[in-house]
Design a protein around this ligand. Structure first.
Ligand SMILES: Cc1cc2nc3c(=O)[nH]c(=O)nc-3n(C[C@H](O)[C@H](O)[C@H](O)COP(=O)(O)OP(=O)(O)OC[C@H]3O[C@@H](n4cnc5c(N)ncnc54)[C@H](O)[C@@H]3O)c2cc1C
Length: 478
């Protein structure tokens, strides 16, 4: 039954700011507004919060599993601030420094399975990182020295300016591959250092990913000191780790949250937002709406007729997504080791030992995992194994497990895949990313794909959420 709902009675009748989407972007915007005393209504289409960073119950194992394991960087200031505000910091464990174990099998390992470790110190600047690269037994010495030179040059160039449109900044539009050519990086340097890093950050092959985005992340990670590049993993599944806590924090701050409440349309009249209509037909009045949804969902929410057929968001159709697939593997006996390992010369890119409550406090490296916890293979990219039919992904996981984990029997494989896991990380797409503010009064955009200057990551999503909340509190936005 349709009707006009007008929540916000607890705020003296002031219409709420409506936030659409309970992913990192929407949740961080809603919490910031609620903390500032603004009435907020967060509407989420799904039954559970978290968006792409969500988890789900696996009835067969009785475990909560991530829709894909996530890693965060110490140099993720907005994300860490948000996690602190919702009380999740204690469940996020960081290594003291960037400490990466590589796993190789067969030809790449010259027979059998081999592990190599690249461990940067937490302090010591350039001399200490050079020493770490020299101690590393991955690629040949000449390649390691070349990596050090390439890294130094990236840091010297500095990050591209966020404010300047991509077309104006130096080396704009450059792919990662072109950037690595410019830095004189050879095949071995790419395989061992740049591609694992850029694949994880951009979820795209080097020939397509944006060099500018990678440069920004490298500068934020390695620039202020080596500790910024250290990686962290949640010690719980993503739902309990952050999404449930975020909703609790929003409610405690006086915000309202509705799950299973898909928005059908954002109502726009006379160039200004009037509210939203839910799929069930109900209308909710509001003069400020933050749409924190991915591009295709946004285009469905914005009625073309509101723009006389000339939508200001036509360019959003040019933004591309890329998939990520995860194969959970239940082995016949425990497989201790670091929380994550990079796989060299494999279709699968990472091996994870996910938290799911199994990591011992402060120990990502040798943490004893719960005996029955699965390990996970992860791969991504638009034209990669992650986009293949599910049956092919599963057989690739079984085949890789036989080679990379030869001492283990395989009891079960479960494949999960997000087709649009990341957005807009391509070199040619940066100019099409949109700012938070829009030509429509009261309509504000958020999401990892908006113009944050960062790749589509949780840090980018939270920065966009903070920015959207700021715009909503600006008299022009509200
Ligand atoms: C498998 C996988 C692994 C990843 N690994 C990492 C990682 O290691 N590190 C990292 O930083 N990032 C990682 N990412 C990316 C990260 O998850 C995303 O960048 C981030 O979660 C995006 O948040 P968001 O709020 O912008 O969008 P989303 O999470 O997509 O949130 C949008 C929300 O809007 C809701 N919605 C859509 N339409 C409507 C509607 N009409 N009405 C109401 N609600 C609606 C959706 O249901 C969703 O909950 C990974 C992503 C995936 C899928």
């Amino acid at each position: 039954m349709s009707g006009i709902l007008n929540p916000g009675s607890s705020h003296g009748g002031e219409a709420p700011v409506i936030v659409i989407g309970a992913g990192f972007a929407g949740a961080s915007a809603a919490l910031t507004l609620a903390d500032a005393g603004r009435p907020v209504l967060l509407l989420e289409a799904a039954k559970a919060p978290g968006g792409r960073a969500r988890s789900f119950p696996d009835p067969r194992s009785g475990r909560e599993l991530d829709w894909g394991p996530h890693l965060f960087m110490k140099a993720n200031p907005a994300l860490r601030e948000f996690l602190g505000r919702i009380g999740a910091s204690a469940s996020l464990r960081f290594e003291p420094s960037l400490d990466l174990t590589y796993r190789l099998a067969d030809g790449a390992a010259r027979g059998g399975v081999r592990n190599e470790r690249l461990s940067f110190p937490a302090r010591g600047g350039a001399p200490a990182s050079l020493l770490a690269l020299l101690r590393w037994r991955g690629p040949r010495l000449a390649a390691r020295l070349s990596i050090a030179r390439g890294l130094r040059r990236v840091l010297k160039e500095g990050p591209p300016a966020v404010e300047s449109p991509a077309a104006e900044s130096k080396n704009a539009g450059e792919t990662v591959e072109q950037m690595l050519d410019r830095l004189g990086q050879g095949a071995s340097e790419r395989e061992w250092f740049w591609e694992p890093f850029s694949g994880a950050v951009l979820n795209m092959p080097a020939g397509e990913g944006s060099g500018e985005l990678l440069r920004r992340v490298m500068c934020e990670a390695f620039g202020p000191g080596l500790a910024g590049a250290s990686l962290g993993a949640p010690a719980e599944a993503l739902g309990p780790f952050w999404a449930d806590r975020a909703l609790d924090a929003i409610r405690r701050a006086g915000g309202e949250v509705k799950m299973a409440a898909p928005v059908r349309r954002i109502r726009i009249e006379g160039g200004a937002v009037r509210g939203v209509t839910l799929s069930g037909g109900e209308s909710i009045e509001a003069s400020v709406v933050i749409a924190a949804v991915p591009p295709p969902a946004l285009l469905r929410l914005l009625p073309a007729e509101a723009f006389g057929g000339k939508s200001p968001w036509r360019d959003l159709g040019r933004l591309r997504s890329a998939s990520i697939a995860t194969a959970y593997l239940w082995l016949d006996h425990p497989c201790p080791g670091p929380a994550y390992e990079a796989l060299v010369a494999e279709r699968w890119e990472w091996l994870f030992r996910p938290g799911a409550g199994g990591l011992k406090a402060g120990d990502l490296r040798t943490g004893e995992k719960e005996p029955d916890a699965p390990v996970a293979f992860l791969c991504g990219g638009a034209d990669s194994l992650a986009s293949a039919p599910r049956s092919e992904i599963e057989s690739a996981a079984r085949e890789a497990a036989g080679r990379l984990l030869p001492d283990f029997g395989l009891r079960r494989v479960l494949v999960v895949r997000e087709r649009a896991a990341t957005w807009a990380n391509g070199a040619g797409e940066q100019a099409h990313r949109t700012a938070a503010e829009t030509p429509v009064d009261g309509l504000i955009l958020a999401g990892d794909w908006t113009a944050t200057g960062l790749p589509a990551t949780c840090e980018g999503a939270v920065r966009s959420g903070f920015r959207a909340a700021e715009a909503a509190q600006d008299p022009k936005g509200g």
